[in-house]
Design a protein around this ligand. Sequence first.
Ligand SMILES: C[S@@+](CC[C@H](N)C(=O)[O-])C[C@H]1O[C@@H](n2cnc3c(N)ncnc32)[C@H](O)[C@@H]1O
Length: 295
Amino acid sequence: MAAFDEPRPQMSPEDFRLLRDLVHAHCGILVREDMQFVMERRLAPRLEALGLEDFRAYYRFLRYAPERRAELEAAVEALTTHETYFYREPQQLRALSDELLPQLQRKNARTRRLRFWSAGCSTGEEAYTVAMLLKASGRFEGWDVEVYGTDISRRVLEAARRAEYGPSSMRAIPPEVQQRFFVPVSGGAGRLRVREDVRAWVSFGQLNLLEPGAAQLVPQVDVVLCRNVMIYFDPAARRQVLRVFHDKLVPGGYLLLGHSENLLNLSADFELVHLRTDLVYRRPEPIAPATGGRP
Ligand SMILES: C[S@@+](CC[C@H](N)C(=O)[O-])C[C@H]1O[C@@H](n2cnc3c(N)ncnc32)[C@H](O)[C@@H]1O
């Protein structure tokens, strides 16, 4: 660790522009103009870890060093927020449980197959929440159910796979859900692990939503949740990701965004659906060919 009186490397406006463009091109995250100081503070430990003198050397490392991919991941890690918790945005989850799940049960009754994608899942709370809602509904036992959680950060995915959580992840979860779907971690000082039958429906994988072709491994899904992820993207990156979601959703499939997010001026490929307690987006069903009005 640097001593207090050692001068910290300073980021020039040009270094800031170069680093910010590089991060943006890699993962769509837009570091705001007024965040130069934040970027400087968060990336300074990386310079120290690599023994580099200044931010220009760090930029060159990210561009040309053989280890550049791993370091780009570390930089993105340092700059992103992974804030999440179980049962986040409960109103939307109520709409999912009360209105969308019965509909999906009817729609998929023949195949008895259901697919969800939590895109930008962070440490896994969102993906497990969906699996818990599906279990709690009692509608899908014996079905072929898969909830995919993906994120750009390998570190958060490791935590997601461990499935052990502390109080901060539990702050919005109804007590009866907590009691039903978690078991205490032995010697884990009050930490809880998601129950095995819930975990069996959930799997995790690393995926950069902005990398062309990266979503190839995700199959067609009935519902995409991408909540509190695209807020950090610029409009071009959002459009690119929305095309991926449109592609991956079955016709009539739903897209659930965070509450501060909408598709205004971004995509005409989705229709807005007014549910009783929330608004969601849907990939439209193809229009049936006209019969010409004759019987
Ligand atoms: C604030 S968390 C949201 C977690 C969860 N969806 C929720 O609403 O509680 C945003 C997550 O998006 C991920 N992320 C950011 N850019 C990404 C990208 N280009 N591809 C995939 N994930 C990304 C971050 O690593 C972070 O874990």
